[in-house]
Structure formats: C-alpha cells, structure tokens
Design a protein around this ligand. Structure first.
Ligand SMILES: [Zn+2]
Length: 156
C-alpha cells in the first residue's frame, strides 16, 4: 500500500471512530463524504520532506522521507528551511502566515533496528512558505475539521 493510501486510511479510521458512537443518517453521509474526498486526493502527487526522525524502539535518528501535499505537488524534495514552490498542481495558497501540513513517513520500519515502532504521522509547520520544523502529529482530527485533509491554516 502506498504511503499516501495509508494516510488516507488513517484519516478514514479516525473519522469513522469519531462517528461510531451514535450513527445518524447525517453522520453516515458525512463519513461517506470524507471517504470520497480522501479517495479523490489519493490520485494526486505529493512532495517529500527529508528530515531526521527518531525511532521509538532504538531511540536513534535516521533521515525520514515524509510525504506531504502543499504548494506545487510534483514529487519535490525539501529540507527544513526550504521555501515552498508554487505554480504546478498547487495544494493550498501561497503566502499564508502559519500553516500546519499533514506529513506521513514513507517507510514502515526503522532502517537501523527494523522495528515498526516508529512515528508515522507528522505536523509540518510552514510560515510564509518556509518550512520551519516538523513534529510528531498531535491530533489528526484538526485536519478533518478544517474540511481539508492536507493542511490547516493556523494564521492567515
Ligand atoms: Zn530503531
């Protein structure tokens, strides 16, 4: 399963869990809407952020390849401090003050100890199109609440 499929899968699961408490007809259609949105997104390209990530098993760091969709989505490779490019197959809007972007690591296992006990989901923080840092994801739900699975605008 491609990693972008996996992020879709994770968001779908989170949204279904959120609604399974009391499933009304409206809530079912909301879940359906989210699923269709996710599947449509799956068909577009993504970018990569190359950044050190820590393994939860051996506690060592390795260069993670974190997929995300913001700016031109065209398999571009970025590092912390790089400026987001625009103009081709754009996701989002350029020049936003603060944005948090959904990132998901490409590999399922730590390349150093082969453990699958790794952080897979990340928040990538982008201010004025500059990639500031990347952190373990705090909450996947906020990406749903904004009505866009790829990024959340924190400050316009
Ligand atoms: Zn490890």
């Amino acid at each position: 399963m491609a990693k972008s499929d996996k992020s879709i899968h994770n968001i779908c699961l989170a949204s279904i869990k959120r609604y399974t408490g009391n499933l009304t007809k409206q809530k079912c259609s909301r879940v359906g809407f989210i699923l269709i949105t996710m599947l449509n997104k799956k068909m577009s390209a993504y970018n990569l952020l190359i950044s050190e990530v820590s393994c939860l098993n051996c506690y060592r760091q390795y260069p993670g390849r974190i997929q995300f969709k913001f700016g031109s989505t065209a398999y571009l490779q970025y590092h912390i401090g790089d400026k987001i490019q625009w103009g081709v197959n754009d996701t989002g809007t350029s020049g936003l003050n603060k944005v948090k972007v959904y990132g998901i690591v490409e590999t399922d296992k730590c390349p150093l100890c082969n453990s699958n006990n790794i952080v897979e989901d990340f928040d990538i923080f982008i201010n004025n199109d500059i990639i500031l840092n990347v952190k373990e994801m705090e909450n996947v739900e906020c990406y749903l609440k904004e009505g866009n699975s790829e990024y959340v605008v924190l400050e316009r």
